[in-house]
Design a protein. Structure first.
Length: 257
């Protein structure tokens, strides 16, 4: 594991310890990170991506890592942050797959918009959930080819939202041993604008528990508590993990256009 100065986004030792703790936990279980804006959630994802790449190389596997963000400008911003920290090349013909990040659907990669081509050319890929959902529905890739699935802005996880559809129809039907690891990041578990019932402490806990269940992940409540000791606002967490076992659906939903 690299030391503090290695990461440009690392600010100080106290924050670093919390960020490193979260990244290491993400290697062993599906993790939901709920920390305030500016707390370095992207750096946590970057460390988890680096650890996963190393784990895949050590095991002589070639599974990919996909970083999801709700809209294209955020995809490009986060892909650049990952590229800068891990010194990955933005996808281009002739670059080594293991040292390359692809940005599917980006103006930065005109002519490389085919998801299957980008997926095969890069071990790390950033895209919107709709791009991944479309590729899965059209059998361009299968979800068991993914080692780590990062959900940025994980509070976008309600009803027919693409994040929810991905988990319900493509993740959950797989045997547990074939599923990718899930790392989800959010500053708040509550929808925007918040529902009236979510504006209380108990309401926020229920909202967070819903996301935990949908993501098959548990929140790192100790990280949230530790962060509050640094002067950040405390974010209420469920009293205990709330993971529901979903019954695999009978059919894939209609294709999104």
């Amino acid at each position: 594991m690299a030391d503090l100065p290695r990461y440009k986004a690392a600010k100080d030792l106290d924050r670093w310890r919390i960020q490193e703790r979260c990244a290491k936990q993400a290697m062993d279980r599906n993790l939901l990170v709920v920390l305030p804006t500016g707390s370095g959630k992207t750096l946590i994802a970057i460390m988890a991506i680096e650890m996963t790449l190393e784990r895949e190389r050590t095991a002589q596997r070639t599974r990919s890592i996909i970083f999801l963000a709700p809209h294209s400008p955020l995809v490009e911003q986060q892909a650049k942050a990952i590229s800068d920290e891990l010194e990955l090349h933005i996808m281009g013909d002739g670059t080594d797959r293991h040292d390359t990040i692809g940005i599917c659907g980006s103006r930065l990669q005109a002519g490389h918009d085919d998801f299957g081509h980008v997926f095969e050319s890069c071990q790390v890929l950033a895209c919107t959930p709709m791009k991944l959902l479309h590729a899965l529905q059209h059998n361009r890739i299968s979800i068991d080819q993914i080692a780590l699935l990062v959900f940025d802005e994980a509070h976008h996880f309600y009803g027919s939202e693409p994040y929810s559809v991905l988990m319900q129809y493509f993740y959950r039907p797989l045997p547990v041993e074939m599923r990718p690891r899930v790392l989800a990041l959010t500053a708040s578990p509550v929808e925007r604008p918040p529902k009236e019932e979510d504006q209380t402490i108990e309401g926020a806990r229920r909202a967070l528990a819903r996301i935990e269940a949908d993501l098959d992940a548990t929140v790192d409540s100790e990280a949230a508590t530790a962060w509050s000791t640094l002067g950040a606002p405390y974010i209420p967490c469920p009293r205990s993990p709330c993971i529901e076992v979903a019954v695999p659906p009978a059919a894939v939903p209609p294709r999104h256009r």
